[in-house]
Design a protein around this ligand. Structure first.
Ligand code: PRX
Length: 708
């Protein structure tokens, strides 16, 4: 539609819960019979086993996929809500579960296939036996050379190389809490996370390949340490893996007494073994930082027993992983998807997981399909952004290659039904069951999805809550928005589950405030029923219970499936001394879902020439290239309310060529037309022409920032 719905004029007064969204109901699509015949979950009795009256004991089915040193005595401890503890009394080691037990049973079986980005380089097979050796040797180094012990935190800033899971599993072997920062994040972003987690050791790599170039990555370690020191955290040692052993890929000097090449130090630990440390189920396994409404990143703390059970169980039933599958998830291990569904889930099940170093369209859009053909990949997992991009640049590519997927996943953002259909018919050749899995960094594993052999697919909907997850959609007052009403609300999960984060590292009050305060019925209650989990997504449910996720209701912009906080972007822009005010808004993008645009006003007397590039650069330095804005608009004045608040919904509407709504109540309504003219004529001149927005997109823009 090109005109806004009537409600858009009301702007501030319309809550997410009141939006009526009319989307065309899509047809059911049944999974292929060949898939159903071999699926891990093909007996509908499974729904009975996970019905609400079986909660929380139903989840022992997931925990039983693991090998425990000691069995738990309490499945769910709710004595300190909302800090739930799962499988209390149980002890286990994640590294043992992902490595040792498979190495004992099947040492020659391939655990990891690593595909370097350069197509001329051979891919690398690592068997479970070799993985065992590598993990043990590196664990010995971490313990004896780096002095790490259970409970310490260590920051990893690594690219997509097999040394990354080796590092994670070596930490897990010792009970050391790893915090892997996405390799594409800047040195400063890494430094902030080092400081927040209190890491004394940074593990990084000298370089890696991206779009054909060998990127200097070690340089970011020096920036990270400087930033961490500024924030009061000293780092003793930097352990540098080398992309080509014995050859240094970075221009940055190694600092004597601080920086060490891992391959050199490792020679002292050849053949070393380290007994896996038996951890309590509720001991933390890792931190994964994510963005929220305020600038300080949130370190989602995930547990050992609950998390590992949950990702093993969902990998088995929702990813349909069998030990003899070749499974490829194209996400980055630096995000939660990679932790749960490249490393921990697949390896806990003893399957073969593929790790690809580079970009999907390097050197061309046929690359993923050549990899799939060559390696015999039969389960494929990626994001709508990658699917849109591959569809745009290589719509005919998949049919040129002889691969066969039985199962495919889409994750991270809402997927448009047309894009879903291309994925189904062209990438999947009509032979694959698809799951659209909705979940979050905080949730450890899937929340919404169809169970692939037992529930039909519906393009654009993730499906109902997964096994043992009971979602509800609430309006602002906590009333149920009924399924089939065509109205959206805030999606919540009514019950705890084993994969949910335990807390935000060092910010327990924020944990309660952000995720549980809104719909808590009684702060004193010890009953989990009084503590619904608030996901921060707008959603609506069709009459059949299938959920359609609309997007974030907070100040988070989802760029290509990656969460960027508005405040983080704005504070990055404000590091430029000439900038007086900054506002970040989302722009609907055909490939990346949303992209960022910045509006900036300058201090008096500053020449605007070159300031846009300076702001872009500051964002790259503070956050990383992924956050680079599409445009930085320098404006004389921001549209503001009489109390001085920047009206982000007005500039977001300008950037998206949407109706700016009622601006008469602003303190300075006259600036809106000046900004609109300036921005939109520049966009037209650059060929950044608007496309029609859907009703839900229109609403998102018209309300953007009004939740503050
Ligand atoms: O808005 C939802 C969107 O991504 C957010 C979570 O982002 P992150 O923590 O980075 O984790 C991404 C990978 C799990 C959610 O709040 N999102 C995630 N999956 C979907 C989705 N939106 C629609 N459909 C999905 N399948």
């Amino acid at each position: 539609m090109t005109n806004g719905p009537e409600s858009s004029n009301a702007g501030n007064e319309v809550s997410e819960a009141q939006i009526a969204v009319h989307w065309r109901e899509e047809e059911y699509i049944q999974p292929p019979a060949s898939f159903v015949a071999q699926a891990n979950a093909s007996d509908p009795a499974i729904f009975e086993r996970f019905s609400e009256d079986k909660f929380p004991e139903c989840f022992t089915e997931y925990a039983d996929l693991l090998t425990w040193d000691e069995r738990w005595h309490t499945t769910l401890d709710t004595s300190n809500p909302p800090f739930w503890n799962w499988f209390v009394g149980g002890r286990l080691n994640a590294s043992y579960n992902c490595v040792d037990r498979h190495a004992e049973a099947n040492p020659d079986k391939t655990a990891v296939i690593w595909v370097p980005e350069l197509e001329t380089d051979e891919h690398v097979h690592i068997s479970y036996g070799e993985l065992y050796r590598k993990v043990n040797e590196f664990a010995a180094l971490l313990r004896d050379f780096a002095g790490l012990k259970a409970g310490d935190r260590v920051t990893l800033h690594m690219p997509m190389v097999p040394e990354l899971p080796v590092t994670m599993l070596a930490c897990a072997r010792l009970g050391v809490v790893h915090s892997q920062v996405f390799g594409g994040f800047s040195g400063n972003a890494c430094g902030t996370r080092i400081a927040d987690s209190g890491s004394r050791i940074l593990i990084t790599m000298d370089g890696y390949y991206r779009a054909g170039d060998l990127i200097d990555h070690k340089v970011k370690a020096d920036e990270a340490l400087e930033e961490a020191a500024r924030q009061g955290q000293e780092v003793d040692k930097v352990l540098v893996w080398r992309r080509h052993a014995g050859q240094y890929a970075s221009e940055t000097p190694m600092r004597d007494g601080r920086d060490y090449f891992v391959d050199e130090v490792l020679t002292q630990y050849a053949g070393a073994t380290v007994a896996p440390v038996s951890m309590a189920s509720e001991d933390p396994l890792f931190l994964m930082y994510t963005s929220g409404t305020t600038g300080r990143p949130k370190g989602a703390q995930h547990s050992t027993g609950g998390y590992l059970s949950y990702v093993a169980g969902t990998s088995k039933y929702y990813q349909d992983i069998h030990p003899d599958d070749v499974y490829w998830c194209m996400a980055d291990i630096g995000w939660i998807t990679g932790h749960s569904y490249i490393v921990y889930g697949p390896l806990a099940l003893g399957t073969t997981t593929v790790i690809y170093e580079g970009t999907p369209n390097y050197p061309d859009a046929g690359r993923p399909w050549r990899i799939a053909e060559k390696l015999g990949v039969n389960i494929f997992h990626t994001s709508p952004t990658s699917i849109r991009m591959l569809r745009k640049v290589g719509p005919e590519e998949p049919k040129k290659y002889n691969y066969h997927f039985k199962h495919m996943t889409t994750v991270g953002e809402p997927i448009e039904p047309e894009v879903w259909r291309w994925y189904h018919s062209e990438v999947g050749k009509g032979e694959a069951a698809i799951v659209d899995t909705w979940w979050q960094t905080e949730t450890g594993g899937f929340l919404g999805s169809t169970l692939p052999a037992l529930q039909p697919m519906k393009a654009g909907s993730c499906g109902p809550g997964v096994l043992g997850i009971y979602p509800a959609i609430y309006d602002e007052d906590g009333n149920d928005v009924p399924a089939g009403s065509g109205r959206a609300g805030n999606i919540c999960i009514r019950n705890p589950w084993p994969g949910v984060m335990q807390t935000i590292w060092g910010q327990p009050d924020r944990f309660i405030d952000v995720y549980y305060r809104k719909y808590n019925r009684d702060p004193e209650s010890k009953d989990w029923r009084d503590w619904p989990y608030f996901a921060g997504d707008g959603a609506l449910q069709a009459a059949d219970g299938y959920i359609r996720i609309l997007g974030r209701v907070d100040d988070v912009i989802n760029v290509a499936g990656h969460r960027l906080g508005t405040k983080e972007l704005e504070s990055a822009a404000l590091t430029v001394p000439e900038v007086a005010e900054a506002a970040a808004v989302p722009v609907i993008d055909d490939i990346r879902g949303r992209i960022v645009e910045m509006y900036v006003s300058l201090k008096p007397g500053i020449d605007p020439a070159g300031m846009d590039a300076k702001v872009s650069h500051a964002i790259e330095v503070e956050i990383g290239k992924i956050a680079r804005p599409k445009n930085v608009w320098i404006v004389a004045d921001m549209p503001k309310t009489r109390s001085g608040k920047i009206m982000r919904r007005v500039i977001a509407s300008v950037s998206n060529f949407a109706d700016v709504g009622d601006v008469t109540t602003l303190a300075n309504p006259e600036v809106v037309e000046t900004i609109r003219h300036h921005v939109q004529s520049a966009k037209v001149a650059r060929g950044e022409l608007p496309r029609e927005l859907s009703e839900a997109e229109y609403e998102e823009i018209a309300k953007y920032g009004s939740a503050e």
